[in-house]
Design a protein around this ligand. Sequence first.
Ligand code: PEP
Ligand code: MG
Length: 886
Amino acid sequence: MSNKWVYSFSKERTEGNRSMKELLGGKGANLAEMCALGLPVPPGFTVTTEACIDYQKSNQINEDAKSQIITALKEVEKITGKTFGGGENPLLFSVRSGARASMPGMMDTVLNLGLNDETVLSLAKKSGNERFAWDSYRRFIQMYANVVMNFNISILESTLEDLKEARNVHLDTDLTADDFKQLVQVYKQIIANESGQSFPTDPMEQLWKAITAVFGSWMNPRAIKYRELNNIPSDWGTAVNVQAMVFGNMGDDCATGVCFTRDPSTGDKRFFGEYLVNAQGEDVVAGIRTPGPINTSSKNDSNRNEKTLEEYMPKAFAELTDLYQKLEKHYKDMQDIEFTIEGNVLYLLQTRNGKRTAQAALKIAVDLESEKIVTREEALMQLDPEVLNQLLHPRLDPNVKKKVITKGLPASPGAGSGMIVFNSEKAHALNETGHKVILVRQETSPEDIAGMAASKAILTARGGMTSHAAVVARGMGKPCVAGCSSITVDYVKNEMRVDGRTFKEGDWITIEGATGEVIEGEVPTLDAEISAEFATFMSWADEVRRLKVRSNADNPEDAKTSIKFGAQGIGLCRTEHMFFEAERILAVREMIFAEHTEQREKALVKLLPFQRKDFIGIFKEMDGLPVNIRLLDPPLHEFLPHTDEDKKELAEYLDVEVKTVEEIGERLHEFNPMLGHRGCRLGITFPEIYRMQVRAIIEAAIESKKAGVTVIPEIMIPLVAIDSELAILREILEKDIKQIFKDAGEEIKYKLGTMIELPRAAITAAEIAKHADFFSFGTNDLTQTTFGLSRDDAGKFLTDYISKSVVPNDPFVSLDQSGVGFLVDFACKEGRRIKSDISLGICGEHGGEPKSIDFCHRTGLDYVSCSPYRVPIARLAAAQAVIRNK
Ligand code: PEP
Ligand code: MG
């Protein structure tokens, strides 16, 4: 049997349906579905994506496909009672591309195909509207020349403008039939002169060339680039949809328009849209004439005085009203519908799930559920979890014009404006005196915490989506644009340069963290509002999900935010951030510069009350929920003073020379800051540091318990590579804990476990599990230590890495696609094999990323932990994981 290359669609007979996107493309499958529903869709046929792939091999449409096209064409002639290429009632076609995934701008549409010097006369006669016929013809020539012949049509456009000027009119609609007749002749002449080809007069030739052009457009540079950017395989091909034309521009009983079944900006349940009498589809979007409202609820300031479609064509409007409700029920979502009315008869040209704002998406999902159009689970699946992001952060006022300076990575959403400041101390000082600032850094380090906290937003020139700036900003809920490589930050001149422009300290900029835009000056923002729908929707997610969701929070304030967003505990409290506060950093540095244990202990005693207070504050906020506290993680050199001022202050405090401070600083320099003397290894050489931290945790827990707070502390040892590291520390720390219990005459339940954040730890998880009550996967370090790439890319990356000796820009690959995911899965299995009740969680950035959350669900983790502001996203993603994997 020969291959089927062509599928017909019409109210009368339809061969495809919506599930056939791969073969018919999105548009083709949808047209088939609409016809199968009995909707008034103009008949036509779809030439399959397989025919496109076949075309790519030989650069021609195969004979088999050609004959199927002709058969399908005859069927359309029969249904419409019109003839293609001649006769009294000429059939015209629209020809459009339609790939499996929508690829805007790949190939434009050709309308009115089939017109020539003869058919135009029949059309004029049949329609009784000469002007309409010639207008359609000149439009066709222009589109065909552009799309099929690749002709630069600006010259045709200016000819039209010249003609309007000569006739002293503004609108195309003011031109007469004779004007268009003249224009057609001039167009054909120009095309012949400029391109050396005459415009094809045979409608069949027009059709073959148009189909060929669509197939060819699959390989045009624009389409290739688009596929590259959107991960669309090049062997999908595009389908071609050939459909009978209906005319909204044949006279005053004709119209064309667009409508939405609900309000796409608020989500309100109101049918609304716009239409134009005597016009073709593109006129509505072109903005030359002001479209009228389809009904009273679509009236606004600019169209208030226009007649509604409801008043003007009540019959067609009533039909449209009936159809939109059917469509919404069928597609179970808000629809964006294109329609045309020809001689008072309504046709639907397209329906699709309408684009909408985040607020609208939420409201529509909740409303559709209460109207019983979708089930609760379907409603939960309707929202992309990332959309919730927009609901929780301030956003730019969309009504204000903005001047974009440059773009970086959208590292943390939200919008903020302020004066540029290049160092953290200054940011802090200016904030104290009531100024709004934006911290601009080459990249940030833990030292910048206070400066970041004092800023409205953060901008960095280097670093990726898991860079320090990105991670911390997300945690703080501050807008951040990271890795903005077009910017040069000059700390000496206190300025940043971008594309030949210079911005000085004190200049105002605005950061839009959801898009990565850096904008000139101050742009007003609108506050986020948490609606009743949000609460309802999130409660549905909570009923469905299995994974618990915790947050990464380092202080009581973040803990409070986490609770507000529904966190069920803290999955990571990074204690090093507590060390940077002004009144503590000197004691921290004193500890680092200590020559021997006793001296170190003396400094640590000063830190103990601070840490204890930190933990009491956090336990109080998290009453009844687990709090996972990580002991010191970074290498000591991160705490060293950098500015001359700080070095001098420290020298005075320690009563030594500045030179000594510098010498010791150099000694502490880490050659391998990722794997060197830090985390548990630092904890083993200087156990007094971890002992102080554990004392602070346990004493804080006891004190909180006495105050009536339910405490569930978890003590986490970072950067374990070898099981013995954990065994040694566990023994030292548990001895202390016992003693503290004894001294206090009070005990509390706690867990002691480790991060799995080095490949060696993941591989030897079975050994490590013997000493751990829990594992928490540190996928940030795992990403960096496995070079963070998908398995396929790892080899290529390694070559680049060695040849350019560059550190990767934190490539973010979901766990289900990466070597990191493999390690997590392996370590979970090994951990559980040894200890069936070991608690498993994740606290790296993947814990807030929907695809990775799906992976964590499938892998059987107990919880994910992410920035407070991502908690709702994780809750929804965890619910969707359950539904998806049922
Ligand atoms: C990690 O490595 O994934 C982690 C959470 O720790 P940090 O980001 O602090 O290194
Ligand atoms: Mg880590």
